[in-house]
Every structure is written in C-alpha cells, then in structure tokens.
Ligand binder design. Structure first.
Ligand code: ADP
Ligand code: MG
Length: 390
C-alpha cells in the first residue's frame, strides 16, 4: 500500500531520529526582564552563529565555558519558533512512540513559559500548541481509516509523592482543580505489557472526532491543572517551583482497514527548580530542606538514569525516583526524550546556568536504542556533575 506524502515525511523523520539517537537537548536563554535589576544588561551567555554552540562567561575575568547541543535558541526566539522545532517530535507520539519533553533549569529561567506559556495567543507554550497539533492530526488521519482514542491527565510530584491535579466532578466529565494539599498520594504500577501507569489517576477522555469538543476538553484539563498549581503556590510558599508537573496524553490508534494498532504517549514535564540549596537560611527551615532534598534526589536520579543509558549499564536505576519510574517508557526502548535547558542571561545566575549546562551535557551523551554501546565521555567534569550541591 502506498504511503501518503505526509506519512512518508513522518516515516523519514522517525528514521532520521533513530539514526541520530532519540535524546535531544535544546538550550533556551530567556531575555532580560525588568525584575533582573538595573545592572548592566550584559548577557553572560554568548550564542554562536551555528545555533548549536554557546559560551558562558563565569564570574571571574576570562572564565568561559563552551558547550554544544542539538540547538541553542537566542532570547529573541518566540514561542512559535520554539514549537516549530519540537513539533515533529510531538507528532511521533501518534506514530506509537513514548515521547517526553522536559524543561530543566533554575527557578525564573523560563521553564513554565516554555511548557505552559500564557494567554491564548502568541505567548502560548508547548502544551497548548502540542495538544492542538495532535488533535488536528488525529482528526485528519480519519480519512486514512485511523481511529484514535485520547486520554489526558495532569499530575504533580512533590516531595517524592504523586498527586493528581484534577478531579472529575460529574458524569458529564466536567473537571475541577484538585487541592493538592489534601489529594491522596498515587502510586505508579506496571501493566501486563510492562508499561508504567499511575494507579487511580483521573484520565479525561478526549473527543477525537470533533475538533471543538476535543479542544474544549483539553483546555479544561490544562486550565484546571494550572489553577490547582496556582492555589498551591499562594498557600504553600511557591510550591509550584518546588514540584514537577507532568501533563500526560495517552494515544491509541487503530486502522480500521488493516487492523494495525499503535500506542503512543506524550508527556510534557515542567521540572522543579534545579537551584542548589541556599546555605543561608533555607537549611534552618525544615520544610524547605525536605523539599530541596526531594528535588535534588529526583533530578540527580534523572541524571543517573541518563548516565547509565549512556554507559550502556545493564541496570538503569529507573526506580530510584518517582519521576524516572513514571517516565521509564520514554527513556528506554521506543522512547524519545527532549530536554529544554532554560537559562537566565544574568551574571548573577551564571553559576546556576553552568550547573544546568553540565547536567544537560550528561543528557546529551545518551542515545536510546544503542544502550549496549559504550559512549566515552568528552566534556570536562561531565561524568561527575550533580545538579545539586553536597
Ligand atoms: P520558571 O518556570 O523557570 O520558574 P518562568 O517560566 O515562570 O520561569 O519565567 C520567569 C519569568 O520570565 C516569567 O515572567 C516569564 O513570563 C518570563 N519569561 C521566561 N522566558 C521568557 C521568554 N523566552 N520571553 C519572554 N519572557 C520570558
Ligand atoms: Mg515555573
């Protein structure tokens, strides 16, 4: 049977991705903000014309560190341009891949701006744009006899505990935000196929046959989750920057003609702030200390998983944190992962930015599907880096 132009293009894209390895790292530097203060607006980050390399200046005269990634976005890069560079990646969830996008970086570096964005226009981030694209594509594939089902959920990992951000209210499927302080803890299990799932989480059935209904349902999920997060923020000392949030879309497709089925997933993950523990003050606050330790643990577990994959280790420590256990399917086998490293341009942030870049360099060594091959570490310090302080 002949493939359509679109199918051919995507098959080719997937093949190229396989050849290049299934983990990408994109760096995004945000512009200066009014809140950055009045000091000379001299960026600590210099992006090279190839769009893949950057140099970060340290606090000492002449201190510079060079890095190379899959892509480096300048501060002027808009939300639409960023999405253009991930849209194929997002799309492959419809081809049966388990896809995960992360945003990693210190608080205030632009993670939520990248993932969620704001408003209904040009500032929308990856989540609203991705759901729109997936829904359109699923609809258009009906003409090729593909029928999709789609389920959406939204959760938060705080202090190594998983909480649903949504409550399903009525039989009409209306959705409410959850008060995360009182939500029951959820656990991750594995199904008969060996895939991870969250036991008891609310999954909202999305109407894939009707664009207006489908979009309204997805928007309801996203806005209920955003409200659940912002309630927690005001009541709990900016909890949203101390927790990971994960938007999950499960996709099942069946071709009515051939009987072929595909099962893919799209996970969009806004990680907790990667900043190291502030030695002054924070340590005296027991609650804050616990939060910081939980974040450090899960981010360093994520780093350890990437390192194990890069080294071709037989044992990959997926189970050492909730985040890696949850996203295990995206980090192995037919998984694809893309990490945004968000950076602030200020000199005050240059130490944190350097830590983020070194963490990302570790991620960049990994090629899924080639886990048996030994990869030699290059960059200095890249094998011993932790996103955390001692
Ligand atoms: P984080 O989630 O990493 O803590 P945010 O996404 O909340 O950071 O970003 C901090 C502030 O910077 C917000 O006011 C956000 O709107 C702004 N911001 C971040 N990235 C950009 C960007 N690329 N362009 C314009 N404003 C940005
Ligand atoms: Mg944020």
């Amino acid at each position: 049977k002949l493939l359509s132009g679109e199918q051919l293009r995507r098959a080719l894209h997937n093949r190229i991705q396989e050849l290049r390895g299934n983990i990408r790292v994109y760096v995004r530097t945000r512009p200066f903000l009014p809140t950055d203060g009045t000091a000379a607006r001299h960026s600590s980050i210099e992006i090279l014309p190839d769009g893949e390399s950057l140099t970060i200046m340290g606090k000492h005269v002449g201190e510079g560190h060079a890095f190379k990634f899959d892509k480096v976005f300048a501060p002027s890069t808009g939300q639409d341009m960023v999405f253009e560079e991930v849209s194929e990646f997002v799309q492959s969830a419809l081809d049966g891949y388990h896809v995960c996008l992360f945003s990693y970086g210190q608080t205030g570096s632009g993670k939520t701006h990248t993932m969620q964005g704001s408003g209904n226009g040009a500032m929308r981030g990856i989540i609203p744009r991705a759901v729109e694209q997936i829904l359109s594509q699923a609809l258009s594939m009906q003409s090729q006899r593909w029928t999709f089902t789609m389920k959406a959920s939204f959760l938060e990992i705080y202090n190594e505990e998983l909480r649903d951000l949504l409550i399903m209210v009525n039989s009409d499927g209306s959705i409410k935000p959850r008060d995360t302080r009182t939500a029951p803890k959820l656990s991750i299990k594995r199904n008969a196929d060996g895939k991870s799932f969250v036991d008891g989480i609310n999954m909202v059935d999305i109407d894939v046959t009707n664009r207006t209904n489908g979009m309204a349902q997805l928007e309801a999920v996203i806005s209920a989750a955003a409200r659940a997060r912002s309630v927690a923020t005001t009541k709990m000392n900016a909890q949203s920057s101390r927790s990971h949030s994960v938007f999950m879309l499960q996709l099942c497709g069946i071709n009515d003609e051939s009987g072929t089925t595909v099962q893919g997933a799209l996970n969009l993950c806004d990680l907790a702030g990667s900043e190291r523990l502030d030695r002054s003050g924070a340590a005296s606050d027991a609650k804050r200390l616990k939060e910081t330790q939980a974040i450090n643990k899960s981010l360093s577990c994520l780093g350890d998983v990437f390192t194990s994959l890069a080294n071709g280790s037989k044992h990959v420590p997926f189970r050492n944190s909730k985040l890696t256990f949850l996203l295990q399917d995206c980090l192995s086998g037919d998984g694809k992962a893309l990490m945004f490293v968000n950076l602030s341009p200020t000199y005050e942030s240059s130490n944190e930015s350097l830590c983020s870049l070194r963490f990302a360099q570790r991620v960049n060594q990994v090629e899924l599907g080639k886990a048996t091959k030994h990869v030699q570490y290059g960059g200095k310090g890249s094998s011993s880096v932790r996103p955390t302080s001692k």
